[in-house]
Design a protein around this ligand. Structure first.
Ligand code: HEM
Length: 450
């Protein structure tokens, strides 16, 4: 059976175990392959590290002993300058009150109410793609545009002097820099750790914060929009325990966090899902039939989601094969034992989600594209499938992202047929996020053309 593209393997004549003994550097280069067979790998590269692929151990790190495994120092070093001490990086009490304040913003009801913004973005994306019918399109670039429209419309849309393109450029260059952080940085080889001050001192980042602050101040005086957006909801929010509300700087850091954490990740999900549909034309045809039956010629809405189970499974499977957050990392705060290994305070613990999702002990035919795996989600071990993390630090925007991905994917599949362009398969590169180097180029034709 042909299989969709994957991060290239490093196969060695010595075989996996022999290669393991061949030295630390070789082990690092072998990680994508070896980690899909082993439950845990440990080593020392600058500092001690452990790489964990076992669901029970992951449950311990992310849920049962979450206090002992805070986000890694390198995560904070890299993200802090851009998004302050916001929800994504804060720890302890500083994290807890922000999470309590933001959680209701992402309630099912609020996320559903934001769906029209997603349907409108799907329509605009269709119009741009329609102009390229009969040719190749970089669907990654297109999905980045579409998801940025969504997230900017639900955060700073009517901001005073909101220059969508300028903000988009600043965010893109920031994400581009952040995505370059590799596994080697995470496991603590000091010379490779990028210098955040150099990366983010840019005028663009300063401008973006200024525009965001001005928008928040203005919204405080004009009051909420007729359909409250994320900014309105967060402005109205308060910590139910302490009744504390966010200051302008805290609101800004969290809204920028939503933009940074939520837009490229969703664009990656959609691009890989479209690639997988092009890879398997039969599944694409079934998903198209499903979407056309539910939608006719209008864009998908939140009311259609229940009628789009295959589209949802394709999204789930895309998140398994190409998880945008390819690695999570933590720094151990206390001594512990994981799968018989000694963990010392200060050790780096890496959670390689990419390898977990293709682990041979956890998934049947792990490299194959098979959305039917998700037909019964309860049959899947919760800690074997972690595209959004888990435990208290689970992605706050998961249902927002899934709703957006299904709405846009169903709308596009109902209207267009996507096919591979010979010699132009995407090249997944696993650094901090899993990105297609050079984009995802697909040929686009009208939906029902042969
Ligand atoms: C498919 C799209 C997305 C993926 C794959 C994704 C993935 C993740 C992952 C893996 C984490 C946990 C990180 C860790 O434990 O170290 C996370 C956290 C987070 N995500 Fe997402 N995310 C997505 C979309 C979004 C969206 C749309 C938003 C906001 C609108 C968002 C906001 C956040 C925030 C604020 C956190 C930190 C939560 C906390 O620590 O309390 N994400 N995301």
């Amino acid at each position: 059976m042909p299989q969709p593209v994957r991060v290239p393997l490093h196969t060695q004549p010595l075989g996996i175990l022999g290669s393991l003994q061949a030295g630390r550097r070789d082990v690092l280069e072998l990680i994508p392959e070896i980690a899909t067979h082993a439950p845990i790998l440990s080593g020392r590269t600058g500092k001690r590290w452990h790489m964990v692929m076992d669901p029970d151990a992951l449950r311990r790190i992310l849920r049962d002993k979450v206090e002992d495994y805070p986000k890694s120092d390198v995560t904070k070093l890299i993200l802090g300058p851009a998004i302050g001490n916001s929800l994504f990086v804060a720890e302890g009490e500083a994290w807890l009150w922000q999470r309590r304040t933001a959680a209701p913003v992402f309630s099912h009801r609020n996320v559903a109410a934001l769906a029209p913004v997603m349907s409108a973005a799907a329509d605009r994306s269709s119009a741009r793609i329609a102009a390229a019918v009969g040719r190749g399109v970089d669907v990654f670039a297109e999905m980045v545009t579409a998801t940025f429209e969504v997230i900017s419309d639900v955060t700073f849309s009517d901001g005073a002097g909101f220059d969508r393109d300028a903000v988009h450029r600043a965010i893109e260059s920031y994400i581009g820099q952040t995505a370059k952080v590799s596994l080697l940085d995470i496991i603590g080889a000091p010379p490779w750790v990028p210098r955040p001050s150099r990366m983010f001192a840019g005028a663009a980042m300063r401008d973006m914060k200024r525009v965001a602050d001005a928008t928040i101040t203005q919204r405080r005086s004009t009051g909420p929009k007729p359909v409250p957006d994320l900014l309105d909801l967060l402005l109205a929010g308060e910590d139910p325990a302490s009744h504390r509300k966010m200051t302008t700087a805290e609101l800004r850091d969290n809204l920028l966090t939503f933009i940074v954490a939520g837009h490229e990740t969703t664009a990656l999900t959609l691009s890989w899902a479209l690639y997988l549909c092009a890879f398997d034309p039969d599944i694409q045809a079934q998903a198209r039939a499903e979407a056309q039956a539910a939608l006719g010629d209008r864009a998908a809405t939140v009311a259609d989601l229940a009628a789009l189970p295959l589209t949802r499974r394709i999204v789930d499977e895309a998140l398994r094969l190409y998880p945008p957050a390819a690695f999570l990392s933590r720094t151990a705060r206390a001594a512990d034992t994981l799968l018989g290994r000694e963990v010392r305070a200060g050790d780096t613990v890496v959670l390689p989600i990419y390898a977990l999702h293709r682990h041979h002990a956890l998934w049947r035919d792990p490299d194959a594209f098979d959305p039917s795996r998700f037909a019964d989600p309860k049959a899947i071990d919760r800690f074997a499938y972690l595209p959004f993390g888990d435990g208290p630090r689970i992605c706050i925007g998961a249902s927002f992202a899934l709703q957006e991905a299904v709405i846009i994917l169903a709308t596009l599949l109902a209207r267009f047929r996507f096919s591979r362009i010979p010699g132009k398969d995407p090249k997944p590169v696993m650094i901090l996020t899993l990105r297609p180097e050079g984009g995802v180029w697909l040929r686009v034709d009208p939906a029902n053309s042969e």
